[in-house]
Design a protein around this ligand. Structure first.
Ligand SMILES: C[S@@+](CC[C@H](N)C(=O)[O-])C[C@H]1O[C@@H](n2cnc3c(N)ncnc32)[C@H](O)[C@@H]1O
Length: 244
């Protein structure tokens, strides 16, 4: 899957691209991330990218021309034009079902805003899918873009090994939160691991995990249960059209 990130701060991605799961996915050719700077498409010596809003108000807005030129150039670089995403606090809120939808695309082009955001004609003219990562304001779209890449790549086949499979993650298994988990030692500062997990009885372990998952979801996020079918590991779950 290819991601094109359009930003004024491509350097912000350098460390991120060189870490952990994403680094390995890039090395294995499963994910391709290309960075593009709007400023390279700004005219003149000063390469001006932003200007004051008409009608007054604080801050600066990113201007139309460098963004349109950058998007059109990047779209033409591959056979698939890709789905254009604008990161904006005014967009559809990112959740696991939207992540699953994005993971079906071959290519995502991510527009990262800065300052007071984009001239509204960028939205009108390019008609991107507008996505918000939550009801708060970030300084720019770069961290939200990383969040999209981070969440989407987990669903690309073979990116995660079996040991880190996403299929039991919170929100994936019928929309529930994941059950609590424990590792060694068996006892730490008087706190012990539930006996059933040490029993070697796989069916009992699965039953316990299902119960715990349901209980956690009821306690913390009962809203999730209202929109989801009743789960159970005995029912086959569908992740990306594959039975698991
Ligand atoms: C400081 S924000 C501008 C906010 C804008 N003035 C508003 O009130 O809607 C600058 C940029 O950060 C990004 N951004 C900020 N918060 C975001 C969020 N919750 N989700 C996605 N992108 C966000 C957007 O790309 C935005 O253009």
């Amino acid at each position: 899957m290819r991601f094109d990130v359009l930003t004024l701060f491509p350097e912000m991605f350098e460390g991120y691209l060189r870490q952990s799961i994403l680094k390995l996915a890039i090395e294995r050719g499963l994910v391709d991330v290309r960075l593009h700077n709007f400023r390279d498409f700004a005219p003149g010596k000063r390469r001006q990218i932003d200007d004051k809003p008409f009608g007054g108000g604080p801050g600066m807005l990113i201007m139309c021309q460098p963004v349109f030129d950058c998007v059109e150039t990047v779209q033409a670089q591959a056979a698939v034009p890709g789905r254009l995403i604008m990161l904006t606090p005014q967009g559809r809120k990112l959740d696991q079902s939207l992540v699953e939808e994005l993971a079906t695309e071959e290519r995502l082009i991510l527009l990262c805003g800065r300052y007071e955001g984009f001239d509204d004609r960028i939205r009108q003219g390019l008609q991107p899918t507008e996505i918000s990562v939550g009801d708060f304001i970030c300084n720019g779209g770069e961290v939200p873009a990383m969040l999209i890449i981070d969440t989407v790549i987990r669903l690309i086949p073979d990116v995660l090994g079996d040991e880190t499979s996403s299929r039991y993650d919170s929100f994936s298994r019928a929309g529930r939160l994941e059950h609590p988990q424990f590792t060694r030692p068996r006892e730490f500062r008087g706190m012990t691991v539930p006996e059933v997990l040490l029993s070697g009885d796989h069916q009992a372990v699965e039953r316990w995990q299902d119960e715990q998952s349901l209980q956690r979801t009821m306690e913390r996020r009962s809203d999730l249960l209202q929109t989801q079918p009743t789960p159970g590991r005995t029912h086959q779950q569908t992740v990306h059209g594959e039975e698991t």
